[in-house]
Design a protein around this ligand. Structure first.
Ligand code: NOJ
Length: 740
């Protein structure tokens, strides 16, 4: 017998009893009401909203952030409906509320889960001032396709890093006590596989073998469920022939039966009705039937549930037990959030928005998220006292809204510190900062202002180009087929180079970009993602050396789109490439001899390596790794092995290095990736300082889903690397031996 069921903690027992007692009083219509969420962006003006609330026909609203309206909606629900059930008030609080943090992909580049927790806490507190008690975040779809616009919202390509960051964010939103003021329910989304949409085209189909689904795409969700995430959102996408919102395998077998999830599942916007458009059902009624049967507890922004569930129950097609379970999942969340004790929001009980702590955290996150991709000749950091003039050029140098990125419904661009403003206030008035936007938007093709830009570059000591993508170029339904710098930006770089002065490029973007065409034409590149409210201040501090860059790539940067998907934890193939075994043909249209060079797995025109690998990022310091050790050469199931290495700062400045541990399971009954991240740590080192960094690996960390989809840990040899990126070369090994 399971002890936790016999003896649950008092509050859990209490919640279950209260859910049961309330359910016993509810009519079928009221239960269906709990399962229905409506868009309230017009406030309580539409009659259906206030009337629906009074009649107990609405369990949740979304997109209302006017506190007066929210409190009034809660008042109607609590005081004027028969059973007084409070509302879940949902909102996309994705990477900040008024204070905008870097996009989630940028947050993943910090490799700093603790800071992501703090940022989510701040976002929750700010959102809670408007009565929002539920965010549709974090998105934890693993994505290995930078064409997909929603990669901006993701935590990158890697299972381990994404899981750590996702759990950290859930912790920040929900806190230790869900009912505490400022704690809001989180939502793990999108269940599941959305990040694998074909060719990165949003909403497209996914075909993911079950082994890959379980070993890769589901793992962050499992971690979030284990951490107690309150809700899960289904995916718009079709998974192996069954759209997420009708996917019983995902929502019942995996989520409920295998993982024992006791929160609730919400559809994505209108995705119940879309089951018909997918071609899974004939009409709305059948869509409601399929979604409820699959395990979708709440319908977002649609009325298929409201219109059809009751009659489906009356006809006996849906059982009342199924409806009770769905309503109970939602009520449980409301009790846990403490809404029955107090549904109203008193903003006076919460800290002011955009306070010093919020802005400070946004700046620290932005500082840590920036990845230095190139720094030829140590051009960076710039010394403000040695410069007389700096040309600041480009469409994103002074674009307060664009630096915020996608999903910033409530963000306040008025709070943004742009790079131009930050540079101006950081350097002394003796340094001449000359600014030219040069392009109206990042997409402009016009080059009329380029001559002036070149002139400015020629007359200045150094040029800093602010390039990339506006926020509209990433996010939902904003996928791109070509992920190079848009518009005439490539030409602008080329022209500026011809001015003959040092060129630094700072890129603000919502996704990894293909940068091979500019790489040789610039001296330094800082990749800043969309860095949020305080992005400019962080970038200026990095440019002028107040801090050293410490961000590391959470996604592989391809040389060209045709390499996608390219990610570090690939399988080896039977014909893995090596430098000797490839022929590189720059111009594929010229005669290419059919030679046998080992017949390995690569592209004639791109080779087999990415432009920048996962985990990569430069620093103003220089780090050396040596003395990798394993605490044991042989381990048995249940043991922990410690892998360590010495890391030293042999550079001139103090800096943080993200030390990374990778392993490879050399032989598996299901082939294993060539490398898997298993640990990381941010280490702050003074010049000349060395530390030994240790990682403990339990044999559970070596487990994977085997051929029969059960979790297996197989004996055999493991390689382990410690270093500053996924291409680390310092290696040791240990063997897992079968227990006698
Ligand atoms: C659709 C998006 O896919 C989802 O992530 C978001 O939370 C909902 N719309 C609500 O805005």
């Amino acid at each position: 017998m399971n002890a936790s069921i016999v003896n649950p903690p008092a509050n859990v027992w209490n919640v279950e009893q209260r859910v049961k007692a309330l359910l016993a009083k509810m009519t079928l219509a009221e239960k269906v009401g709990q399962m229905s969420q409506f868009n309230a962006s017009e406030g309580y003006a539409p009659d259906y909203l206030a009337d629906g609330l009074r009649a107990g026909l609405i369990g949740s609203v979304l997109n209302v952030v006017d506190l007066k309206v929210v409190n009034e909606l809660q008042r109607i629900a609590v005081e004027e409906s028969r059973l007084g059930i409070p509302l879940l008030v949902g909102r996309d609080v994705i990477h900040g509320f008024k204070t905008v943090m870097p996009i989630p992909l940028g947050q993943a580049a910090t490799w700093n889960p603790g800071l992501a927790t703090t940022a989510a806490q701040i976002s929750a507190l700010e959102a809670a001032t408007t009565g929002v008690n539920w965010t549709f975040a974090p998105m934890m779809d693993i994505s290995r396709d930078p064409r997909w616009g929603r990669i901006a919202e993701s935590l990158g390509e890697d299972v381990f890093l994404a899981s750590e960051m996702a759990v950290a964010m859930v912790e920040g939103f929900q806190g230790d006590d869900l009912s505490a003021p400022g704690s809001i329910a989180a939502c793990a989304k999108h269940f599941a596989g959305y990040g694998a949409v074909e060719s990165g085209r949003d909403y497209a189909t996914t075909n993911i073998p079950e082994s890959e689904l379980r070993n890769v795409y589901l793992r962050p969700f499992k971690s979030a469920v284990d951490r107690g995430v309150v809700s899960i959102m289904t995916s718009f996408s079709d998974l192996n022939g069954v759209p997420g919102t009708g996917n019983e395998f995902l929502l019942r077998q995996i989520l409920r039966d295998e993982w024992s999830f006791d929160g609730f599942v919400v559809s994505d916007w209108d995705s119940v009705r879309q089951l018909q458009i997918h071609g899974l059902t004939e009409n709305d009624r059948e869509s409601a039937y399929e979604a409820v049967t699959a395990g979708v507890d709440m319908e977002m922004a649609g009325d298929s549930y409201a219109n059809h569930i009751a009659s489906l129950v009356e006809e006996g097609r849906l059982s009342i037990t199924t409806i009770d379970a769905a309503a109970a999942n939602i009520l449980r969340a409301k009790f846990r959030l403490g809404l029955f004790e107090n549904a109203y929001t008193d903003p006076g009980a919460l800290p002011p928005i955009a306070n010093e702590h919020a802005l400070g955290t946004a700046k620290t996150l932005a500082l840590q998220s920036v990845v230095m991709l190139k720094n030829a000749g140590g051009l960076l950091p710039l010394s403000a006292d040695k410069l007389r003039s700096v040309a600041v050029i480009g469409p994103l140098a002074d674009a307060p809204y664009e630096q915020l990125g996608t999903w910033i419904f409530d963000g306040d661009a008025g709070l943004s510190i742009t790079p131009l403003n930050a540079i101006r206030s950081l350097v002394s008035p003796d340094v001449d900062i000359r600014y030219l936007r040069a392009m109206e938007t990042s997409r402009s093709r016009a080059s009329e202002e380029f001559a002036e830009a070149v002139q400015l570059a020629r007359e200045s000591d150094v040029t800093i180009l602010f390039l990339g993508e506006e926020s509209i170029l990433s996010g939902e339904a904003h996928s791109r087929a070509d992920i190079g710098l848009p518009g005439a930006q490539g030409e602008l770089v080329q022209r500026i180079r011809e001015a003959g002065k040092p060129v630094i490029v700072v890129i603000l973007a919502g996704r990894p970009l293909t940068l091979a065409n500019i790489l040789d034409n610039v001296d330094a590149i800082l990749f800043a993602w969309h860095p949020g409210t305080m992005g400019g201040a962080a970038i200026a501090d990095l440019l002028f050396g107040l801090e050293s860059p410490s961000g590391k790539l959470p996604s592989t940067f391809p040389r060209m789109v045709g390499q996608i998907p390219i990610y570090y934890s690939q399988k080896n193939t039977g014909k893995p490439p090596s430098p000797e075994g490839i022929v590189h043909i720059d111009d594929i249209n010229t005669f290419a001899p059919q030679v046998s060079l080992g017949m390995t797995s690569f592209h004639l025109d791109a080779g087999y390596t990415p432009l920048f690998p996962f985990g990569y990022g430069l620093s103003y310091a220089k780090f050396e790794y040596k003395h990798i050790c394993t605490s044991a050469h042989e381990i048995r199931i249940g043991d922990t092995v410690t892998i360590s290495a010495e890391v030293s700062n042999v550079g001139q400045v103090a800096a943080v290095e993200v030390v990374q541990l990778y392993i490879r399971d050399l032989v598996g009954s299901v082939t294993r990736p060539v490398r898997e991240l298993k640990g990381f740590r941010r280490v702050n080192l003074e010049p000349g300082q060395a530390v030994v960094v240790e990682f403990d690996l339990h044999t559970n960390d070596l487990a994977f889903y085997g051929r029969d989809m059960s979790v297996v840990t197989e004996p055999g040899l493991f390689h382990a690397w410690i270093g500053g990126s996924s291409t680390a070369s310092l290696r040791t090994e240990f063997r897992l031996v079968a227990s006698e």
